[in-house]
Write a protein that binds this ligand. Structure first.
Ligand code: NAD
Length: 339
C-alpha cells in the first residue's frame, strides 16, 4: 500500500485538526506543518512531534524561541506529495503558483474561490471528481453541512428548491478579536455566497441563502425549508438522514436543546479537541407537510470539514477508488460511528 506524504500549510483552526486526522490514517502520513510565527500553537505542534517548516525570514525568530525547525516552507513543498493549504481565506491563491512550481498537489479550503482549484469536494456528493487532480477545494463548513443533508435527500426524493437561513457563529472559540459580542448582524449582500457555493458541487440545485452573524462561538445553526420533488412524510426523510454519512440525529426531548448541549455531548464522546465532525439534525425538529420539508441543523465549524480533507487526499492521491470505503476508513480512524 502506498503512503501519501502530506504537508499542512497553515497550522491554525483547520490545519491543526487536519494534521491530527491525517496522523490517524494508515495510508497517509504528515511530513511537516508550517508556522509563520513561534506561537503557542507552534510549540504545541513541536510537542506533538510534527516537523515545522517556516518562512526563510522567520528562521531566527523560531531559533530565539527555542522551537526546532526542519526547514523552510519551500522545503516542505518539495518533500510532500500533497499540501493541505489551511492558510486564511485568499492566502491560498498566493501559494498556487508555488505549488505548481514545486509540482506538488494541493487542497484549498472554503475561504478560497471555487475557480482557484476548478473543482470543489464533498466526500458523499462528488468524491470521484477530484480523482488524481492536482488541485481541489474542500468547500466551507456551512456548505459541507448543507451538502451532507441535502444531497442524500435530493438523491432519494429530489429537492426542487431550498431556502436556508444560516445563523453564523461570529468567531471561533480561540479567537478574541472578532465580533459582534452583543448584536445580530445580517449579511446584506444577497443571496449570500453559501447557495452558489453549494452549487459548485450540486449545480442543478435551486438553493437560496441568507445569513445572520450571531454573538456565539460554538456552532453555526441552519434553518432549512425545502420544496421536494414530490409529497413525502417525515418518517421517510428521517430514514434518509439516519443513513446519511456524517449526519447525527439528536432529540431536543433528550436534553439537547441548543448548540451548548451539542458541544457538551461532543466533549462526552471523547473526540480529539471535543470535535463534532457530524452535522447535527434535531430529529424532533424535522417535519414534512405535503412536499415541504422543514428542519434545523447545527454545524461545528472548526471540524466538519476535517474528514472531508482526509477523503479528498485519498481521491487526489488515488489511494482509494471508492468513496464509501474512504468515508468508512476515515470515520473509523476518527471515531465517527453511526448511532
Ligand atoms: P486560522 O486563522 O485559524 O489559521 C490559519 C493559519 O495559517 C494560522 O496558523 C496562520 O498563522 C497561518 N498563516 C497565515 N498566513 C500564512 C502564510 N502566508 N503562510 C503560511 N501560513 C500562514 O484560519 P482557519 O479558520 O483555520 O481557516 C483556514 C481556511 O479554512 C480558510 O480558508 C477558512 O475559510 C477555511 N475554513 C475555516 C473554518 C472555520 O470555521 N475556522 C471552517 C471551514 C473552513
Amino acid at each position: 500500500m502506498s503512503i501519501a506524504k502530506v504537508g499542512i500549510n497553515g497550522y491554525g483552526t483547520i490545519g491543526k485538526r487536519v494534521a491530527a486526522a491525517v496522523s490517524k490514517q494508515d495510508d497517509m502520513q504528515v511530513v511537516g506543518v508550517t508556522k509563520t510565527r513561534p506561537t503557542f500553537e507552534a510549540a504545541d505542534a513541536a510537542e506533538r512531534g510534527f516537523d515545522i517548516y517556516v518562512p526563510e525570514e522567520s528562521l531566527q525568530a523560531f531559533k530565539d524561541a527555542e522551537i526546532k525547525t526542519a526547514g523552510t516552507i519551500h522545503d516542505l513543498f518539495k518533500k510532500a506529495d500533497i499540501i493541505v493549504d489551511c492558510t486564511p481565506g485568499d492566502v491560498g491563491e498566493k501559494y498556487k503558483a508555488e505549488y505548481l512550481a514545486a509540482g506538488v498537489k494541493a487542497i484549498f479550503q472554503g475561504g478560497e474561490d471555487h475557480g482557484l482549484a476548478g473543482v470543489s469536494f464533498n466526500s458523499t456528493a462528488n468524491y470521484r471528481d477530484s480523482w488524481g487532480a492536482q488541485f481541489s477545494r474542500v468547500v466551507s463548513c456551512n456548505t459541507t453541512g448543507l451538502i451532507r443533508t441535502l444531497c442524500p435527500i435530493d438523491r432519494e426524493i429530489r429537492v426542487k428548491n431550498a431556502y436556508v437561513t444560516v445563523v453564523r457563529r461570529a468567531a471561533d472559540p480561540g479567537d478574541s478579536k472578532l465580533g459582534p459580542i452583543n448584536a445580530l448582524e445580517p449579511s446584506v449582500k444577497l443571496p449570500t455566497h453559501h447557495g452558489p457555493d453549494v452549487q459548485s458541487i450540486m449545480p442543478w440545485l435551486n438553493i437560496n441563502t441568507m445569513a445572520i452573524k450571531a454573538s456565539t462561538t460554538l456552532m453555526h445553526l441552519h434553518t432549512v425549508v425545502a420544496e421536494l420533488g414530490r409529497d413525502a412524510d417525515t418518517a421517510e426523510v428521517l430514514g434518509i438522514l439516519k443513513s446519511a454519512p456524517r449526519v447525527r440525529l439528536v432529540k431536543s426531548k433528550s436534553g439537547i436543546k441548543s448548540t451548548a448541549e451539542i458541544m457538551e455531548y461532543a466533549r462526552d464522546l471523547g473526540r480529539d479537541r471535543s470535535d463534532m465532525y457530524e452535522i447535527v439534525v434535531w430529529e424532533d425538529g424535522v417535519k414534512v407537510v405535503g412536499n415541504t420539508l422543514y428542519f434545523y441543523q447545527a454545524v461545528h465549524q472548526e471540524s466538519d470539514v476535517v474528514p472531508e480533507n482526509v477523503d479528498c487526499i485519498r481521491s487526489m492521491c488515488k489511494l482509494e477508488e471508492d468513496a464509501v470505503t474512504s468515508v468508512e476508513k476515515t470515520d473509523k480512524a476518527l471515531g465517527i460511528a453511526k448511532r
